[in-house]
Design a protein around this ligand. Structure first.
Ligand code: TXA
Ligand code: MG
Length: 328
């Protein structure tokens, strides 16, 4: 059966109300959404993705005013970050409100909340009127989808409806900041640059976590099928020379220009600008993953702005595979 793809917001909201699954575009990546207040609907997300149930989901909201309905005493840092970056690619981890389902939080005392800025996500959330739990809309073994076609390829007819909003603008997932304690912590670099968040908070973010390690932060999370070797631009030539063939190099155009490609090694150029690079990253990894390569040698960009998120995803793609390898 071929999946149902379209742009009908009312139809999509009706499916969510009936306990169904809707894949929808956000400015970061496509999400696989369900009514966050319906345990059976949320359970289906885990079944379709093949994701362990203890991995918490982000609840997507139409507007920052809904923050207080989903968490307890958000505090000044949460309010300041919500005011500065919502709608936008930032997820806040806050202490959960009592009604938030364990199915959503994985039993954690916190909940992830985000107001996406994509116009189609905005219209869907407004039409539905309540929280939508959504992980990235990819299955086991794939990087996050940044087009409706990626969602079709990964989830096919297992999702009740796919809203097609074109390619995602940002292209990597949201930045996750834990504001559930007195010390705001960066759990995942993403679409909002760390520097911008620190400027609003007026203090540096601590890295890592005061909470349970997030499954999305496991090393193997974003790995494609080929073995990925991620190196600084300075070490690229040597890594390419040593890479088991067939191999391809993924690097910014400016870095590729000064590299002499050995015989039999393909190259895929990413834009030099970190924001544009993030936008292209997952489509490039998907492309390379269809070429039957043994090795992908990726050049790590400088870690300023969106470069930090790109470097993080490339390092994870290069990380060791584990039992927790759900690529969720
Ligand atoms: O950009 C995004 O964030 C996309 C779009 C669809 O919004 N969503 C996304 O969801 O990337 P997912 O499930 O693939 O990754 C969400 C990450 C996971 O690593 C999860 O463990 C973490 O957020 N997370 C969610 N709730 C959490 C909580 N209460 N405490 C700690 N981590 C949490
Ligand atoms: Mg994911």
């Amino acid at each position: 059966m071929s999946p149902s793809v379209g742009t009908d917001i009312a139809h999509a909201a009706g499916i969510l109300r009936g306990g169904g699954l809707v894949a929808f575009p956000t400015e970061t990546v496509y999400g696989l959404g369900a009514d966050a207040s319906a345990a059976a609907a949320v359970s289906r997300i885990f079944a379709v993705k093949g994701r362990p149930r203890a991995h918490p989901l982000i609840v997507h909201l139409a507007a920052a005013e809904q923050l207080d309905a989903w968490c307890e005493a958000p505090g000044q840092a949460a309010r300041a970050l919500a005011a500065a970056f919502w709608p936008g690619p930032l997820t806040l981890i806050a202490r959960r409100a009592p009604h938030v389902l364990d199915d959503v939080t994985g039993g954690a005392p916190t909940v992830g909340l985000r107001v996406p800025s994509h116009p189609m996500a905005q219209r869907l959330l407004a039409a539905f009127g309540d929280g939508v739990a959504a992980p990235s809309a990819n299955r086991f073994g794939a990087v996050s989808p940044t087009t409706a076609a990626h969602v079709v390829a990964d989830l096919g007819a297992d999702v009740d409806y796919i809203l097609d909003g074109g390619p995602c603008d940002v292209g990597v997932e949201s930045t996750i900041v834990d504001v559930s304690t007195g010390t705001p912590a960066l759990l995942r670099p993403g679409g909002v640059a760390r520097e911008a968040i620190e400027a609003v908070l007026g203090r540096p973010l601590v890295t890592g976590a005061s909470t349970t390690p997030a499954p999305g932060t496991l090393p193997s999370h974003y790995a494609p099928h080929a073995r990925v070797v991620a190196v600084d631009a300075a070490a690229l030539a040597a890594a390419v020379h040593d890479a088991p063939r067939p191999a391809a190099v993924l690097a910014p155009a400016g870095v590729l220009a000064s590299l002499t490609l050995p015989e039999g090694v393909a190259a895929l150029a990413l834009p030099d600008d970190p924001r544009a690079m993030a936008h292209e990253l997952y489509a490039a990894l998907r492309d390379l993953d269809t070429r039957g390569l043994t090795t992908i040698v990726a050049a790590l960009p400088p870690e300023a702005g969106l470069g930090a998120a790109v470097a993080d995803r490339l390092r994870r793609a290069a990380g060791p595979r584990t039992v927790e390898d759900d690529h969720g």
